[in-house]
Ligand binder design. Structure first.
Ligand SMILES: N[C@@H](CCC(=O)N[C@@H](CS)C(=O)NCC(=O)O)C(=O)O
Length: 251
C-alpha cells in the first residue's frame, strides 16, 4: 500500500506482506492490526495513541494489496483491518474497537461524563458511517453533487456549534472526533480534487476543528502523506481529478 511520509517511516513498523511470517499469535501480546492507508483502522489507532497505550498495544500494519494468508486463516476470518488481538480473542469493527479500547485499557477517557454530551455523542456516532457513505457516493457520482455535500457538511458545522467549551464535537476531544477525523481528512482533499468542492468554504467551525485536530499528537502520528493518500484513494474509488473530468465530459 502507499508509503507513509518519510519523516514517519522511521518510527513506524513496516507493513507485513504475503512473504511475512506471522507474529507469535495468541501469545498474550495485545496487537492492533491496521493498514496505514485505511481510515477505519486509523480510528482505533488514534484511540490507542491518545490513551498512551503505545507500549501496551503493539501496532501491526499489514499490506492490504499483498495480504499475508495467515491473517485470514489464523487470525481474523473477516480478513479486514482493523482488528484487535487481546486476551486470546480477536475482534474487529472500528467503531466497536474505539469503545473497547476506551473501556478495557487505562488512559484518558474518550467518553464524556455529562449526560447531554453522552446523548449527543450517540447521535453523532450513529451518523458517522452514514456521513461517510454520502461522501463516498458524492465523490464517485457523475455531475453536480454540491447539494448533497452541502447538507452533509452543514450538519457537521451545526454539530460543532452545539458545545462552546472547546473546538471539538463535544467541546473537548472525544471518541466522536476519532470516528470522524480519518474520513474528514481524506474527503477534504479528495472532494477538492475530484469535485472542486471546498468543504471549508463558509464553515469556520469545521476549519477550526481541523486546525485543532492537527495539533493532537495522537492523531498526527497516524496521518500519512496527503498526496500519497489522495492518489491511493482516487485509484481505489476509480475517480479522476475535477479538471480532467471536465475535459473527459466535453470530449
Ligand atoms: N466496517 C469495518 C470496515 C473495515 C474495512 O472495510 N477495512 C478495509 C480497509 S480500509 C479492508 O480491510 N478491506 C479489505 C477487504 O475488504 O478485503 C470497520 O469499521 O472496521
Amino acid at each position: 500500500m502507499a508509503a507513509v511520509a518519510p519523516s514517519k517511516l522511521a518510527s513506524l513498523p513496516p507493513s507485513l506482506t504475503s512473504a511475512s511470517e506471522p507474529p507469535a499469535l495468541f501469545d498474550g501480546t495485545t496487537r492492533l492490526y491496521v493498514a496505514y492507508v485505511c481510515p477505519f483502522a486509523q480510528r482505533p489507532w488514534i484511540a490507542r495513541n491518545y490513551k498512551g497505550l503505545q507500549e501496551k498495544i503493539e501496532l501491526v500494519p499489514v499490506d492490504l494489496l499483498n495480504r499475508p494468508a495467515w491473517y485470514k486463516e489464523k487470525l481474523y476470518a473477516a480478513n479486514k483491518v482493523p482488528s484487535l488481538e487481546h486476551n486470546n480473542e480477536v475482534r474487529g469493527e472500528s467503531l466497536d474497537l474505539i469503545k473497547y479500547i476506551d473501556d478495557n485499557f487505562e488512559g484518558p477517557a474518550l467518553k464524556p461524563d455529562d449526560p447531554a454530551k453522552q446523548q449527543f455523542a450517540e447521535e453523532l456516532w450513529s451518523y458517522s458511517d452514514s456521513f461517510n457513505m454520502v461522501l463516498f457516493r458524492a465523490t464517485t457520482a457523475k455531475g453536480d453533487v454540491s447539494g448533497e455535500l452541502d447538507a452533509a457538511y452543514d450538519k457537521i458545522e451545526d454539530a460543532l456549534s452545539k458545545f462552546s467549551d472547546g473546538p471539538f464535537f463535544l467541546g473537548q476531544f472525544s471518541l466522536v472526533d476519532i470516528a470522524y477525523a480519518p474520513f474528514v481528512e481524506r474527503f477534504q482533499t479528495l472532494l477538492l480534487d475530484v469535485k472542486n468542492y471546498d468543504i471549508l468554504k463558509g464553515r469556520p467551525k469545521l476549519a477550526l476543528w481541523i486546525e485543532e485536530l492537527n495539533k493532537i499528537e495522537a492523531y498526527e502520528q497516524t496521518r500519512i502523506d496527503p498526496q500519497e493518500l489522495l492518489s491511493t484513494t482516487k485509484k481505489r474509488f476509480g475517480v479522476i481529478s475535477f479538471n480532467l473530468s471536465q475535459f473527459a465530459d466535453s470530449s
